[in-house]
Design a binder for this molecule. Structure first.
Ligand code: ADP
Ligand code: MG
Length: 337
């Protein structure tokens, strides 16, 4: 399928993310409904060509838990990626509208993401790099698939030079500048699963009320121009390991903008918190099966050497149980509208 920009009819806006937007479109010649992602990048034509070449790997990614790829093209100066449209959207949208997701379904989500990650890595040596609820998609057939993985080294670099994910799903070792490994994806999965099961981002300050929760969320919303700077600076901060702030200081400084680039304290503090404090847990423990809490605890081992890889986690008791369990995902999808 050779997709030309003029063959696409825009139907709806699906969402905005870091340096881009996603639209529901129809490929008129074939009647195929697709999701078209526009990636805003500022790269030389030669680099854009290289990115397009690298994106072609996605044509070879075939897994039940990976979003299908239709094609990519350049619309000056941006890159458009056409992919499978998932009619129930992403899991962040689902839980924000319908509340916390039951642990049986979260088990199926964990299984799907692990299978997707294992496929990407075993078959293509691809590390996802951006696991979070908005990159886990769902459809009315009850299928769970991951999207937005780092296929193109050039694209990763180009984005890093402009916008970067605020990456509050980033592992402690990544925050401290270590390179990405499959284990960083496992950390991000752990954070995402807690978020889905609790119905809220797990790092919200326990002393905070509703108001400061949304304040935190605002500060962390992606696409802020400061993000790239934050990541660059945090990676370069040697003392992030040792710095701790008291709760009182945290509250006082939350939302205060530092000069230059709209950087706010709370993001730095959050990253610092991830590095310095105990990892979040799936609590209250009595509400969840012990296998589920044990699984999340393994994902969130702060030492990447101790943390299992996706392939190892496929053998975890909770995943074995989740695989065997009969959960009506199609039925669940029908309740989401
Ligand atoms: P982010 O993942 O940071 O939210 P994106 O630009 O990747 O930003 O995506 C924006 C939104 O578009 C997502 O949150 C998701 O809800 C929606 N979206 C992305 N890809 C698809 C798709 N293939 N099908 C349906 N919705 C999608
Ligand atoms: Mg995304």
């Amino acid at each position: 399928l050779d997709i030309k920009p003029e063959d696409l009819k825009e139907l709806a806006e699906l969402g905005q993310g870091n340096g881009g937007s996603v639209k529901k479109v129809e490929h008129v010649p074939t009647g195929t409904i697709m999701a078209k992602k526009i990636v805003l990048i500022d790269a030389k034509p030669s680099v854009r060509k290289q990115i397009l070449r690298e994106l072609q790997i996605m044509h070879d990614c075939h897994s039940a838990h990976i979003i299908s790829f239709y094609g990519a093209f350049v619309v000056d100066p941006n890159i458009c990626i056409c992919m499978e449209f998932m009619d129930k959207g992403s899991l962040d949208g689902i839980y924000k509208k319908h509340g916390a997701i039951s642990i049986e379904i979260v088990g199926k989500i964990a299984l799907a993401v692990l299978e997707g990650l294992t496929y990407l890595y075993d078959v293509h040596r691809i590390i996802h790099r951006d696991i979070k609820p908005s990159n886990i998609l769902f459809n009315s057939k009850g299928q769970i698939k991951i999207c937005d993985f780092g296929v193109s080294g050039e694209l990763i670099d180009s984005i890093a030079n402009t916008f970067v994910g605020t990456s509050t799903y980033m592992s402690p070792e990544r925050i401290q500048g270590a390179p990405y490994t499959v284990k960083s994806d496992v950390w991000s999965l752990g954070i995402s699963l807690i978020e889905l099961a609790l119905g809220r981002f797990p790092f919200a300050d326990s002393s905070s009320d509703e108001e400061s929760d949304s304040d935190l969320e605002n500060t962390l919303s992606p696409g802020r121009p400061g993000s790239a700077i934050i990541q660059a600076q945090v990676t370069a901060l040697p003392n992030i390991r040792s710095k701790t702030t008291s709760k009182k200081d945290k509250r006082k400084s939350r939302g205060v903008s530092l000069q230059g680039g709209g950087m706010t304290m709370s993001i730095l503090e959050l990253l610092q918190h991830i590095v310095n404090e105990d990892a979040p847990r799936l609590t209250p423990e009595e509400k969840f099966p012990t296998e589920a809490t044990s699984f999340v605890n393994s994902c969130l081992l702060k030492d990447p050497d101790a943390r299992p890889a996706p392939k190892d986690l496929l053998k975890h008791e909770w995943i074995i149980q989740s695989r065997a369990e009969d959960v009506d995902l199609e039925g669940w999808a029908a309740t989401l509208d």
